[in-house]
Design a protein around this ligand. Structure first.
Ligand code: R5P
Length: 294
């Protein structure tokens, strides 16, 4: 391991230069992957826009039934045609999502703590690879806690899932969790996203931050941005726009969609930014226009 003393601080991210290893594939850093991985990534990232709208409703795996997700059986049929990917636990999928659904599936495969714990960073792999294969998962999602007590466990979980996924060509989505002693800064997100990508994850989910374009430039796989806590719709659309402008290849949004007064219209407005190059202002006008008579 390199000596940590005297590490040079200045860095050049070449943010104006596109990712150089392209091959004939639309997903960053994936040109040299196997056919099955590329097929599943193409189910997630629209080959035309290169982007994705993931709808996250996996909160129950540690939060129980959060506001807006009390009845998945009623919510998902309303929303599923308005997003590209459903991100959920196997329990939610098997009980509450019809298998005729043609959307890509991001299967949550790590678990281990709940909101009543002070430290959420201790997790384990909760789903066998065979079950991910049975469910036809397009990727498997693992929480990674860099800088937290559970860092080592979560890196083991990530590695276990990547190794198993590679046997069956199922990509892995590494989810950056904010550790107790780490702030939501670009330095932290650069560290966490790069570690996750170097360990072999095919997609990284993280938060928007200042200097986000540098976080993106230093991460050799696509970044999708987490929605985070509920914001006013206008603010959430602004965050979505800044993320795409900064180089994110999509949003993985939960509360800012399902806790909106108008979840379907909100999902559509996010989709306009992600796939149709709308600005935040255009998306906000589109949203208002759609909800004005409701
Ligand atoms: C959190 O660990 C889960 O991955 C959620 O799916 C994620 O936080 C996205 O949901 P939200 O947009 O509500 O933060």
């Amino acid at each position: 391991m390199a000596d940590l003393e005297g590490v040079k601080a200045e860095k050049n991210y070449h943010t104006g230069e596109p990712f150089a290893v392209k091959g004939n594939f639309h997903v960053k850093g994936m040109a040299n992957q196997e056919w099955g991985i590329k097929k599943r990534l193409s189910n997630i990232f629209n080959p035309r826009s290169g982007n994705t709208v993931m709808f996250a409703f996996d909160h129950g795996y540690f939060m129980g039934s959060v506001s807006g997700l009390e009845r998945l059986d009623l919510l998902i049929p309303r929303l599923r045609d308005h997003v590209d990917v459903l991100m959920a636990t196997r329990g939610a999928l098997r009980t509450s999502v019809q298998p005729d659904c043609r959307k890509a599936i991001a299967l949550r495969v790590s678990a281990g703590s709940s909101m009543v714990n002070d430290d959420l960073s201790h997790e384990t792999v909760s789903v066998d690879i065979e079950d991910a294969v049975r469910m036809n998962a397009d990727c498997m999602a693992v929480q990674v806690f860099i800088g937290a007590d559970g860092q080592l466990e979560s890196i083991k979980n990530l590695s276990t899932v990547i190794n198993a996924g590679m046997r069956y060509s199922i990509p892995t989505l590494g989810v950056v969790a904010v550790g107790k002693n780490m702030e939501r800064t670009d330095q932290y997100f650069k560290l966490a996203t790069r570690i996750i990508a170097e360990l072999g994850a095919h997609i990284v989910k993280t938060y928007y931050c200042d200097k986000f374009e540098e976080v993106v430039a230093a991460c050799p796989v696509p970044i999708v941005v987490a929605g985070g806590k509920k914001l006013a719709e206008k603010e959430a659309l602004e965050m979505a726009y800044k993320s795409i402008q900064g180089g994110a290849r999509g949003l993985d949004m939960g509360r800012n969609i399902f806790q909106s007064l108008h979840p379907v219209e909100m999902a559509d407005a996010v989709g306009k930014i992600v796939h149709r190059k709308f600005t935040d202002k255009e998306a906000w006008e589109y949203y208002n226009d759609r909800v004005k008579d409701k």
